[in-house]
Design a protein around this ligand. Structure first.
Ligand code: ATP
Ligand code: MG
Length: 341
């Protein structure tokens, strides 16, 4: 049945949907209700002048308001992807929209929504912090707003440095100035390309708080990092890019569930040919030629099931000589994903 979404009929069964028919709404229709992504990247490829293909058919949607962490080894294409979305590098094939604006045909509108903290900092300036950050706002054609600049500098603990020349600041302070610059024009989207590289632990935690605060104020954040813990701590979703291809995009909660898996290996006193049916519920696996049993369990679950498993094994006449456990971490998952074939 074809749905007519407008105008709103008084008899509509679902107030969220402006449809005329009295049928149950399908997942297709629910998909129609999902808010449009704030960034949409389709079939994006990038070939540099040297002939090197840095991005190969990237498809990626960023949801409004999320923190998205893009992980990948050196040279994977993270900075290239960010640079294209931000209009610093040209795409070779494909399409990117930001807030519905095409980054090529509607460059200004797209760019005005974005703040970028680049990986490479160019901060050996003799200007003061205040002047630098205020100037950045002017570059986007925004009227002066000293109250906003003051708030940004205070949020980033830079207020007492506002009259200092950039060249006199420490590396971590310079990085925060770059964030202040990126926020000066009140962007809806903030790109942070390795925001905490070389930043001390305490400052890193401070930056995470700033990023969370920005998210709470409605800003969408895309960050790259080589600190897996940072992605674990911060991100709503995680994407992994390798050799110019996106190889995984997943909710962090989903990844954490995988991460929470532990493998218990039970070494048997003898050898078994098959597992008794009474143990079927544990989804056990025989290994080491019948001399060991593997049991996967979820560390985040309320019960691991180990106690009852040991009891049931004993009841089945299977005796254990030794055991060990291993746990897969996000780092393991990441390394196995990006390992060269
Ligand atoms: N201007 C350029 N000309 C040619 N090749 C380039 C250029 N910029 C980047 N590349 C290549 O494109 C690939 C992706 O680089 P990119 O900087 O996007 O990687 P990255 O994922 O950001 O890596 P890192 O983690 O080291 O920052 C690399 O092989 C790099 O050598
Ligand atoms: Mg990079």
């Amino acid at each position: 049945m074809v749905h007519s979404y407008l105008p709103v009929p008084p008899s509509c069964v679902d107030p969220r949907l402006k449809c005329r028919c009295a049928v149950r709404h399908t997942s297709f229709q629910n998909a129609m209700l999902a808010p449009p992504p704030i960034i949409s990247v389709s079939n994006l490829s990038k070939t540099y002048g040297s002939g090197f293909k840095a991005l190969k058919g990237i498809n990626l949607d960023i949801k409004r308001g999320e923190i998205f962490a893009l992980l990948g080894p050196n040279g994977a294409g993270k900075t290239t992807l960010i640079s294209i979305i931000c209009g610093i590098a040209n795409l070779s094939e494909g399409r990117v929209t930001v807030g519905g604006h095409d980054i090529n045909s509607d460059y200004r509108a797209a760019r005005s929504l974005i703040g970028l903290v680049p990986q490479e900092l160019h901060t050996d300036s003799f200007e003061t912090v205040w002047a630098t950050v205020s100037f950045s706002r002017g570059l986007f054609g925004k009227p002066k707003n000293p109250a906003h600049i003051e708030k940004v500098l205070k949020d980033l603990s830079l207020w007492d440095k506002k009259d200092s020349k950039i060249i006199t600041l420490s590396g971590g302070m310079k990085r925060r100035v770059m964030i202040a610059k990126a926020l000066s024009h009140e962007p809806q989207i903030l790109f942070l390309d390795e925001p905490t590289a070389g930043v001390d632990v305490e400052l890193r935690k401070g930056m995470w708080d700033v990023v969370r605060g920005l998210q709470a104020s409605g800003v969408t954040i895309i960050l790259t990092t080589h600190y897996i813990q940072e992605a674990e701590e911060m991100a709503d979703r995680i994407g992994v890019i390798n050799k110019g291809e996106i190889i995984l995009v997943e909710d962090k909660a989903g990844l954490m569930q995988k991460l929470g898996k532990k493998h218990l290996k039970l070494y048997l006193q003898g050898k078994v040919d098959a597992l008794p049916a009474s143990l079927a519920a544990y989804n056990l696996e025989l290994s080491d030629d019948g001399r060991a049993i593997i049991y996967d369990y979820d560390t985040k679950g309320e019960r691991t099931g180990i106690t009852s498993l040991l009891g049931d094994l004993r009841n089945a006449g299977i005796h254990i000589s030794d055991l060990d456990t291993t746990q897969s971490s996000l780092e393991d998952i990441f390394v196995s994903l990006v390992r060269a074939p």
